[in-house]
Design a protein around this ligand. Sequence first.
Ligand SMILES: [Zn+2]
Length: 339
Amino acid sequence: MFRLICQRPGISRVELADAAELSTGTVTQIVKRLRHRGLADEGAVSEARAVGRSRVGLSACLEPDRLIGISVRPDLIRYVVVDWSGAVREERTIVARHPAEQGPVIDRIGLVLADQRGTIRGVGLGIPEFPAGIRDQALGWAGNFRRALEVPVTLLNNGVAAAMAEEWRWVDDPPERFLLVYFGSGIGGALVHRRRFGRPPSVHPVEIGHVGISPQGVRCVCGNVGCVETVAGPAVLARQWEGLSSVPARAALVETAEEALTYALSSVINVLQVDQIVLGGLNARLLERYYGTLAAHLERLSTPRGARVKPLLSQIGDHSAAIGAALAAIDGAGDDEAV
Ligand SMILES: [Zn+2]
């Protein structure tokens, strides 16, 4: 609803109800919430087409408010400031390789944000599914942000956040249903299903990295053995890549990883009946280095559905989870927890 108001200043409640296929009563309730939160205003809007006339309509309250997105991973923290249109105003990556370093980094971000209190509308905090303790830690950080800034704080999975950013940016001819494969330090993802016009998409986390590929494999962060991300996860590949110097050895490393990931993805594709895949979360250089031929591998899948799948590369880059977390903060949309 908010997006519609941004796109069409001066739109009336009746027109909104029409566009979103909702009753005017429902629209009135939503408009009331938007106005209560200072996101929209209703009043006389001058209309350029009919000179001298004005009409009563809705307009979005945009400036100078900002949304903050923070994505925490086991190896680093990404931080973005976005405006309501989803445009990134500031982005930062802070290396924090040990869990003990992460708390102080988040606290420092909190101090910087406290100075800008009043211009911040919401904070989104993206976290990985594992290690298990990170959720409790993140709930503590979220509570601190909420108290310091007096804004809603949304906690969500990094893969879900990245998928929301992807969906938001996908203006031209968006697919109705797609699987976002999120390459963080491990491999996460989310299944996005667009609903009728004017309704938020449904976004469900899919733990692609923890699909088992070998009962004799290495122990994974999730506690199981032989998960695909222990062979094909970006953190594992980065470590092994640096240890190898010859071109053939590196090519062999990537080949093994891509085969393992193709095997795991084919299971996911068939279980979830996905027709389109988006590869995201890494910058273009690393996506090309580690997963450059993944699309070709997927095309060779023997199942009819696998052969139909079209893998696309995300255009958003490595801050997608932080951007999505910030967008989720608009109304706690798609979140699993508004703190
Ligand atoms: Zn696992």
